[in-house]
Design a binder for this molecule. Structure first.
Ligand code: ADP
Ligand code: ADP
Length: 227
């Protein structure tokens, strides 16, 4: 059973077409990376899946239900999709606790306390609940951003170059850790990265975007042996 389907999806901005006729299927729990030259539309595709930018033709189907078509857009907050995007940095004026609890509105203080403690353990952060983002290292901030995205328990996580401000070794280490967490929790993900080696190390599926099209979509061995 597929969690997410892009059906002949064309997306962009108002009347600017960025990507054309993408078709792909992501199963529950599967991790995918999108690769491609800068400016080819990777972020645009993630934004369309999140519900932040429009679909010009085709459809995005999640759990068997259309969430975006040219005539219908389910609001982002109703999609049950977690996002770690560059323009969704941590709230600087909120503590780590409140940043993570942001996605838990409507829960009691005790429930928030329990959930945040669990999430901090999950992302292997010591209890830094009372700190503010500027008091954390880059890697710690990324872990908090991940914990915040996972707080509402999404089945799908979208990550746009989540660790790009970290050095290569730390980024790859964190990418592998994130893979472990997602596999443990059965969460599917699509991640944009410019690091091919990282993509091959963590992905079940790899998509290569170029010239407006999804040129390839397959498992790492499929792409490796048939480049
Ligand atoms: P990247 O995803 O490569 O880190 P950005 O997503 O910030 O970079 O921007 C990618 C490109 O999109 C840049 O060339 C930028 O100028 C352009 N861009 C970003 N926002 C807009 C906008 N609102 N209108 C037009 N172009 C934009
Ligand atoms: P990538 O993530 O692969 O670097 P993007 O999806 O950020 O590529 O950008 C793809 C194209 O969309 C670029 O040509 C960029 O200038 C354009 N673009 C990005 N954001 C906007 C926007 N808000 N309005 C119009 N064009 C945009």
């Amino acid at each position: 059973s597929s969690l997410l389907q892009l059906q002949s999806l064309s997306c962009g901005y108002e009347n600017t077409l960025i990507t054309e006729q993408l078709d792909l299927t992501l199963a529950a729990g599967e991790i995918a990376c999108l690769l491609g030259p800068s400016g080819c539309g990777k972020t645009t595709v993630l934004r369309a899946i999140a519900g932040f930018s429009p679909v010009l033709s085709g459809a995005i189907i999640k759990d068997g239900q259309p969430v975006s078509t040219p005539v219908f857009t389910l609001p982002p907050e109703q999609r049950e999709i977690g996002v770690v995007f560059q323009d969704y940095a941590l709230f600087p004026h909120l503590s780590v606790f409140d940043n993570i609890a942001f996605g838990l509105q409507g829960k009691s203080r005790a429930e928030k306390q329990r959930a945040v403690t669990e999430l901090l353990q999950l992302v292997e952060l010591p209890d830094l609940s009372d700190r503010y983002p500027h008091e954390l290292s880059g890697g710690q901030q990324q872990r908090v951003a991940l914990a915040r995205a996972l707080a509402p328990r999404p089945k799908l996580l979208l990550m746009d170059e989540p660790f790009s401000n970290l050095d290569t070794d730390l980024r790859r280490q964190l990418a592998l850790e994130v893979r472990g967490i997602l596999k443990d929790q059965g969460i599917a993900a699509i991640m944009v990265t410019h690091d091919q080696e990282e993509a091959f190390a963590i992905s079940d599926k790899i998509g290569i975007l170029a010239d407006r099209k999804l040129q390839q979509w397959g498992t790492p061995p499929e792409l490796y042996y048939h480049p």
